[in-house]
Ligand binder design. Structure first.
Ligand code: GLC
Length: 470
């Protein structure tokens, strides 16, 4: 399978490249910048949603699953982007959002029966929404921000629609019936099916390993989501998608991934994403995910703190080594390869959950290079870091990403975590050993011929990572 050791680059379309000066990124802009992805050497790109949307949740509230939002361009622009990506050997993943629609979706008017409603005034149960607050509260006829769809059976109307739209995107554009997309990231997939009887979630009996809204953390998600029926429902999608890559956004403990992997190819390794930059904690997150062989390594995205903010700028190079040498598929969020940190956000906020800080535009050169107009969110620090300068500097973080992506092709299929010095994460990939020093003190280097080092100096300097060949 092409995706097995692939590097997937996440594009946040509003913030990648604007081609028409309206300050918002678009599809033509992405096509113009594909050389950046080719330079990095990634295998695929994932586009966060590009469908028509009133932007109550920045595109994750879809009003038409078959169209392109005019701000992003036209279907013709999309076909051109897919063709241009394929010409460069880059696969294309779309974001599929099956759990809710926008209230502007025609179903909301025409098929209210396809949505979950409260039978009483106010919340009928203790469910907590992904953003905090009641999970269900609107009565039929009211207008929630992003209404949740009903799905309880594999044959329900919604899987039918999801199936059709995935097939349409998937089949080759050459046949005229599809658009040649190579896979899908499935949004919020643990919330796909909810209990028909709207039963209360029971109190949590143990701590949840991922950050949660405090209200949600007190409950175990048994009825508001995480339903076994979801896996059955996904079988239909699996079938329609054929061999397209399906990667699930499953916000669950890694111990639960296995059953979802019956129908999905990959599941994001969120415990790894949230692990503090501490060797013990990282090892604990890596071990079970690596055993599955199908966890997608990821360290940031459009929802959570940027990598530079999470691990600190001093650890960015070592984090790149770790992300790109673990066995299996890795996801890189646009801008992380430059070392972009969280930005200031926007006042008043665009995003209801405070995520503007993670979505500032790409920095192509010292002036920005993102738009000829006024960017929808300001650029953070283009003079300090940008693609043009980092390309020209052999020691830059960008060029480290590039070298790692090239080197990872030589790493074998093997993987074994090693006992290492305190504060060091070390593992073997067949003939290579990778050692990552998460501390501010020097540590001894692993034995072998150095092939890539993040820092100069003897041994394993503070915050450094080293790859040696044995
Ligand atoms: C996913 C998306 C996020 C969105 C949420 C609701 O977590 O990544 O951006 O807000 O789903 O669809």
């Amino acid at each position: 399978m092409w995706w097995q050791d692939a590097v997937v680059y996440q594009i946040y379309p509003r913030s990648f490249q604007d081609s028409d000066g309206d300050g918002v990124g678009d599809l033509r802009g992405i096509t113009q910048r594909l050389d950046h992805l080719a330079y990095l050497g990634v295998d695929a790109l994932w586009l966060s949603p590009i469908y028509p949307s009133p932007l109550a949740d920045f595109g994750y509230d879809v009003s038409d699953y078959t169209g392109i939002d005019p701000q992003f361009g036209t279907m013709g622009d999309f076909d051109e982007l897919v063709a241009a990506a394929h010409e460069r050997g880059l696969r294309v993943l779309l974001d599929l959002v099956p759990c809710h629609t926008s209230i502007e979706h025609p179903w909301f008017r025409e098929h209210p029966d396809r949505y979950i409603w409260s039978p009483v005034d106010g919340p009928p149960n203790n469910w907590v929404s992904a953003f905090g607050g009641p999970g269900v509260e609107s009565r039929r006829g009211e207008r929630p921000l992003v209404p949740a769809l009903v799905l309880s059976r594999a044959a329900g109307p919604r899987t039918g629609a999801t199936r059709k739209s995935s097939r349409r995107c998937r089949t080759s554009s050459a046949s005229g019936s599809g658009r040649g997309v190579d896979g899908f990231r499935l949004d919020a997939i643990d919330r796909l099916v909810k209990d028909e009887q709207l039963r209360d979630d029971p109190p949590a009996s143990r701590p949840f390993p991922l950050p949660l809204d405090p209200e949600a953390a007190r409950l175990e998600m048994r009825y508001s989501g995480n339903r076994p029926e979801a896996i059955e429902a996904l079988r239909a999608l699996r079938e329609a998608a054929g061999d397209a890559l399906l990667v699930g956004e499953l916000y669950r403990p890694v111990g639960e991934y296995e059953r979802w992997l019956e129908v999905l190819d990959l599941v994001f390794a969120f415990e790894f994403l949230f692990s503090p930059w501490d060797a013990e904690r990282l090892r604990a997150a890596i071990e079970p995910a690596a055993e599955l062989r199908r966890a997608a390594w990821v360290m940031s995205n459009h929802d959570f703190d940027r990598l530079a903010t999470r691990v600190g700028p001093e650890n960015l190079r070592a984090a790149a080594v770790l992300l790109l040498t673990l066995p299996g598929t890795a996801f890189v969020y646009q801008g992380d390869e430059l070392g972009l940190a969280n930005g200031p956000g926007h006042e008043p906020p665009f995003d209801r959950a405070g995520r503007d800080r993670l979505r500032h535009p790409m920095q192509w050169d010292a002036h920005g290079g993102f738009t000829s107009g006024t960017p929808w969110l300001p650029l953070v620090d283009p003079e300090a870091r940008n693609v043009a300068d980092e390309r020209a500097d052999p020691g830059s973080l960008l060029n480290l990403y590039r070298s790692l992506i090239e080197l990872r092709r030589e790493l074998g299929a093997g993987f074994r975590l090693l006992d290492a010095e305190p504060g060091v994460v070390a593992f073997e990939r067949d003939r290579h050993t990778v050692a990552v020093n998460t501390t501010a003190e020097p540590r001894p280097a692993p034995e072998g011929e150095p092939v890539l080092a993040t820092h100069e100096g003897e041994g394993l300097p503070p915050h450094a990572a080293l790859i040696v060949r044995n």
